[in-house]
Design a protein around this ligand. Sequence first.
Ligand code: NAD
Length: 250
Amino acid sequence: MKYDLNEKLAIVTGGGKGLGEAISLALAREGAKVVVADLDINAARRVVEKIKIYSPSSMAMKVDVSKKGEAKKFIKRVIQIYKGIDILINNAGICPRTTFNQIKEKEWDQVFAINLKSIFLLSQLILPWMKKSCSGVVINIASAAGKTGGFGVGAHYAASKAGVISLTKSLALECAPLGIRVNAIAPGVIDGGVNIKVSPKLKKKYKCSIPLGFMGSPEDVAKAVVFLASKNASYITGEILDVNGGFVMD
Ligand SMILES: NC(=O)c1ccc[n+]([C@@H]2O[C@H](COP(=O)([O-])OP(=O)(O)OC[C@H]3O[C@@H](n4cnc5c(N)ncnc54)[C@H](O)[C@@H]3O)[C@@H](O)[C@H]2O)c1
């Protein structure tokens, strides 16, 4: 299958590590210019070093996507340099595993600001540019936990991802007449990213609950992102695509 993302400008938030790194690499391999946006600029720079052989115009940018002022300056800079935005991957997220009774208000707010509010902020900022070209793709990285509730993750994390799923559908409805597609991916348990430090005992428990019998890889998620970003998915919007080895079927 040809994906043809040649010369498309893609932003990947949280692109410096884990799933975001795999997504940045996969988009660059398909010819996209990638802005690897991360709070951790050194991590973003390391990813750009890896993807430059496929996409020399890619670059790293530092941004805290949960802060309106920073998000605004970031998008302004992207537009100044690249003159437009074709693909936005809202991937940045945090996943505290705090039990419900232990969650402090500050941590609750931080999880919602990074996992959910950032998608509202960035999507609102890029839409005028996508409207201009009557095209564009937004892909939000949700989670199976947004459908099932927390399984080894915090209730605030699961609730924020349920919000991502709902926001994806609302945005897809509003953007469809403008020629802009909005979808989400709901990864299950991925062996990488936030799960890097998960204990072997919890990994074993996860595997027992996955029909395919193994955890997914960041590349499994990246392949789904490339598909949804491409013309092969031109009739797909408002979809929440499970990438989970059968962990959740709905
Ligand atoms: N790993 C999994 O099993 C899994 C499963 C389901 C969903 N997800 C989702 O995938 C996404 C990526 O997760 P990951 O596992 O790769 O995590 P990760 O911790 O490896 O990477 C997240 C990246 O986001 C960046 N980031 C965090 N806060 C930020 C902010 N405010 N502004 C900009 N960048 C910020 C971090 O610096 C980091 O580079 C998250 O939304 C996560 O919820 C992951």
